[in-house]
Design a protein around this ligand. Structure first.
Ligand code: ZN
Length: 500
C-alpha cells in the first residue's frame, strides 16, 4: 500500500513537472529528446530521399515531411497560400552539345557559353580592346559581333574575367551588338575550372528575361594563346559561330514556412526566424564503397531537425516574440531558397529582428557549439548561456579565412541588415574528421553521436527562447560590416562617432 502510494506520488510529480516546466531551460529540456531527434534525422537522411537534390521528387517528399511536422506542432501555415510552402521555379542550364567558333578561318576549340540560344551566325566582327565604355566611343557596333580581351587592363586572370563579364555584356547589349566573344589566355587547369564552374548551373530566373530581345544575344568565352591572339588580324575580322544553345530546364521547388504568434502584445510584432536548409546535393559520384547517395545527415538533416525541435517547443510553450520557421531549399545550388525568400518575403524583413540559422559541415569536438557570427550580434550572451546550460561551450568561427558567415543562408538576411548567425555543430578546425563526411556519400544518420546532438538541440532551443523572450531587441554589435544595412532596414539612427 505505502509502496503503491509512493509510486502514485512519483507519477503525479512526474506529470506535474512535465506539464508545468517553469524556466526556459526546463522547457527546452522537456520537449527535446533523443528518440524524436533520431526519428527526424533517420527519415530526412534516408537513402529513399536520394540526397534531397533541389527540384527532385525526393526534395518534395522531404518538404512534405517538414510541413507536416510543423502542422503536428500547431504551427500555422504560410498565410499567403494557406499551405506550408513557398513554391517557386528555378532555371537549370547546361552547356550546349554543339558549340563551334572560327575567326578568320581558324577554329577555336576551347569555348564556354556564357549565354547562348541555338543559332548559326557569320559575318564581320569588331575588335574592341577590353570592351570597356571608352572602347565603344565613336564606334557603330549595331548588329555586329564584338570581340574583346577577357578581364581588364589591370588583370586578365580568371577572377578578373568573371568579375568583369556581366558589365561587358550589358555594355555590348546597350550599344546594340548581337554578341560578345571574350578571348582569354588562361592556363589549361584554370580554364577547365572556369568552364566547369560555368557548366551546369541553377539560378532564380530573371523575371524580365523571357520576353526580352536581349535573349538572343550570344556571349562566349574563347580560350586562346598569346601567340594566336597576336597573330589575329584584328582590323579585318570575320567569324562563324554555330551552336544548339544552352539547355534550359525549369525546376519547381519550395521553401517550407510556418509561423507562431508571440504572447506579448508589443513584442509579438517582432519575429525571430529559425531557419535551416533541407536540400542536399542529391546523387553523385560513387565513393569507395559504391555508395552514390549523398545523404547529408550533417548537412543539413541536423540543422533541419534543430528548426523542427524549436517549432515543437514553441508550439507547446509560446515565446513573447513571434516565431517564423523556414526550411530552405536550393542552398547547395547557391543559397537560392533564402535569396528567393528575401526577394519575396512573406513576413517583411524589417519585422524579422533576428535570424537564428543552423547549418553545418559536421563536427569534430563534442564539447562545443560552433556559432558562425557568435560575437557579431548582441544576442551572444543568450547563445553562450543556452549552450552552457546543456554542457556545451559556444565558440565563434574557428576558421574565418573560410568565409563561412557568407556561405550559408544566414547571409541572404544579414546582407539586408537582419542580425543572423549560424549555429553549427562543434568544430574547432577544418580537419580530416570534417572532410571525411563533408559533402560525402558516407554522411549518414547512423554515423552521428545522438547524445551530443541532444545537448546541441537543447542548447539551440534554449538560446532561441532567451532571444525571443528578452525585452531588449537583438542587433549587430557596433562596427559590424552589416550594421549599416541593419540601420537602414529597421529605420534606426546610426550610432556614429560621438562629436564633442
Ligand atoms: Zn549546409
Amino acid at each position: 500500500m505505502t509502496t503503491m502510494k509512493h509510486y502514485l506520488t512519483l507519477i503525479l510529480l512526474a506529470i506535474i513537472s512535465t506539464s508545468f516546466a517553469q524556466t526556459d531551460a526546463e522547457k527546452a529540456a522537456e520537449t527535446v529528446n533523443k528518440n524524436k531527434i533520431e526519428g527526424h534525422i533517420y527519415f530526412i537522411a534516408d537513402d529513399l530521399l536520394k540526397g534531397r537534390g533541389t527540384g527532385t521528387a525526393e526534395n518534395k517528399i522531404a518538404a512534405s515531411y517538414l510541413a507536416n511536422a510543423l502542422r503536428s506542432y500547431g504551427v500555422k501555415p504560410n498565410p499567403e497560400t494557406n499551405s506550408y510552402y513557398q513554391t517557386f521555379n528555378l532555371l537549370q542550364t547546361a552547356p550546349p552539345s554543339l558549340l563551334q567558333v572560327a575567326m578568320n578561318g581558324d577554329n577555336y576549340p576551347h569555348i564556354v557559353a556564357v549565354k547562348a540560344k541555338a543559332t548559326a551566325l557569320s559575318g564581320d566582327a569588331m575588335y574592341l580592346g577590353y570592351g570597356g565604355e571608352a572602347d565603344y566611343k565613336g564606334k557603330d557596333v549595331k548588329g555586329k559581333l564584338i570581340v574583346v580581351r577577357g578581364g581588364t587592363l589591370a588583370s586578365s586572370e580568371a577572377r578578373a574575367v568573371y568579375g568583369a563579364h556581366k558589365d561587358k555584356q550589358a555594355l555590348a547589349i546597350k550599344n546594340g551588338a548581337i554578341g560578345l566573344v571574350e578571348l582569354t589566355l588562361l592556363e589549361e587547369a584554370l580554364w577547365s575550372r572556369m568552364s566547369h564552374f560555368m557548366g551546369e548551373s541553377v539560378q532564380i530566373p530573371d523575371a524580365n528575361e523571357a520576353e526580352n530581345s536581349e535573349n538572343e544575344f550570344i556571349h562566349l568565352w574563347v580560350n586562346t594563346t598569346l601567340e594566336k591572339l597576336e597573330a589575329l588580324d584584328k582590323a579585318s575580322l570575320s567569324y562563324t559561330i554555330e551552336t544548339d544553345g544552352k539547355k534550359e530546364e525549369t525546376l519547381v521547388t519550395q521553401n517550407v514556412v510556418g509561423v507562431l504568434e508571440g504572447t506579448d502584445p508589443e513584442l509579438k510584432k517582432e519575429y525571430i526566424m529559425y531557419s535551416a536548409h533541407y536540400d542536399h546535393v542529391g546523387i553523385g559520384e560513387p565513393d569507395a564503397t559504391g555508395d552514390t547517395i549523398y545523404n547529408g545527415a550533417r548537412d543539413n538533416a541536423i540543422g533541419t531537425t534543430a528548426v523542427l525541435s524549436m517549432a515543437e517547443n514553441i508550439g507547446k510553450y509560446r515565446t513573447k516574440r513571434s516565431a517564423v520557421f523556414i526550411l530552405f531549399t536550393g542552398e547547395e545550388k547557391g543559397l537560392l531558397g533564402s535569396q528567393y525568400y528575401v526577394k519575396h518575403p512573406i513576413f517583411p524583413l524589417k519585422q524579422i529582428v533576428y535570424g537564428f540559422n543552423t547549418d553545418g559541415a559536421g563536427y569534430n569536438n563534442t564539447s562545443l557549439a560552433t556559432v558562425i557570427g557568435l560575437s557579431r550580434t548582441t544576442a551572444k550572451k543568450h547563445i553562450v548561456e543556452g549552450a552552457a546550460t546543456f554542457g556545451l561551450k559556444a565558440i565563434d568561427d574557428p576558421a574565418p579565412e573560410q568565409g563561412l558567415f557568407d556561405r550559408s543562408d544566414n547571409v541572404s538576411f544579414a546582407s539586408r541588415g537582419v542580425p543572423a548567425p549560424t549555429y553549427s555543430t562543434g568544430f574547432d578546425a577544418f580537419d580530416d574528421e570534417i572532410n571525411k563526411y563533408y559533402h560525402q556519400a558516407g554522411d549518414e544518420a547512423d554515423s552521428l553521436d545522438y547524445d551530443y546532438l541532444l545537448k546541441f538541440y537543447q542548447g539551440y532551443v534554449l538560446s532561441g527562447r532567451l532571444i525571443a523572450n528578452d525585452p531588449e531587441t537583438p542587433f549587430w554589435v557596433k562596427g559590424d560590416k552589416y550594421e549599416a544595412a541593419g540601420n537602414v532596414l529597421y529605420g534606426k539612427v546610426p550610432s556614429g562617432p560621438i562629436k564633442n
